[in-house]
Design a protein around this ligand. Structure first.
Ligand code: ADE
Length: 235
């Protein structure tokens, strides 16, 4: 997987992605990260990439041409292959594990980070294939959402997580939240690890974990629990 990120803050993307598990994945060649600084394609010597909105309204809008030129550069670096272009915007479709899985099968992805009050709609219409939101709240820019998407996609690439099972068993894989987990010591602040987990009986442990996952989902995310019950025909 190769990520090409179109951004006004390339160092924010690089510094964060190159830290921790995603950075290690990049170091091992399982994923590549490249950034294109939209400011390098400014329309004048002052470095302008934004302008006032036609029709009035607060704030500035990113102009078509700098964004389009940055996109062409990313496309050129990807060998001009047909590549999906993810635009991070609160007006996009809500990002979830299913989308992460779908995107993780791509050879390359272009991610477009907006700033100011948004981007001229014409360049969005021309280049964007997937407008994506990470939730119903508004951030100051698309960089954090791009990092969220890249992180969720990277951890699904085979070999990235130490234990190949761990991306399978975690929350959302079968529509339930993850069951609670414990490590040593068995007693901490008067809180005990459930006996069954110390029993060594793996069948019983699996049953306990399934029950705990269902219980937790029912409490914390009744919407997900409802879905789960419906899908399995359990009443
Ligand atoms: N840009 C600003 N807010 C955003 C959000 N919630 N999701 C994606 N991109 C954004």
């Amino acid at each position: 997987m190769r990520f090409e990120v179109l951004t006004l803050f390339p160092e924010m993307i690089r510094d964060s992605f190159m830290t921790g598990i995603t950075g290690r994945a990049a170091g091992r060649g399982l994923v590549e990260l490249d950034t294109v600084n939209i400011r390098d394609y400014a329309v004048n010597d002052y470095g302008s990439v934004d302008d006032y909105t036609y029709g009035g309204g607060a704030g500035m809008l990113m102009m078509c041409e700098p964004v389009y030129s940055a996109f062409l550069e990313a496309k050129r670096r990807l060998g001009d292959e047909k590549t999906r272009v993810v635009f991070l915007t609160p007006s996009g479709r809500t990002f979830d594990e299913k989308t992460a899985r779908e995107l993780s099968g791509e050879k390359g992805l272009i991610l477009l980070c907006g700033h100011y009050e948004g981007i001229d709609e014409r360049v969005i219409d021309e280049i964007v294939t997937d407008p994506v939101s990470i939730g119903d709240y508004v951030l100051t820019g698309g960089e954090l959402p791009a990092l969220v998407v890249m992180d969720a996609v990277t951890r699904l690439i085979p070999g990235v997580l130490g234990n190949d099972d761990s991306s399978e068993s975690e929350s959302f894989n079968d529509g339930l939240l993850e069951y609670p987990q414990y490590t040593r010591p068995p007693l901490w602040h008067d809180r005990e690890v459930p006996d069954i987990l110390l029993s060594g009986d793996h069948k019983k442990i699996d049953q306990y974990r399934m029950r705990a996952a269902r219980q937790k989902t029912k409490e914390v995310r009744p919407d997900l629990y409802e879905e789960y019950i419906k899908k399995r025909g359990i009443f």
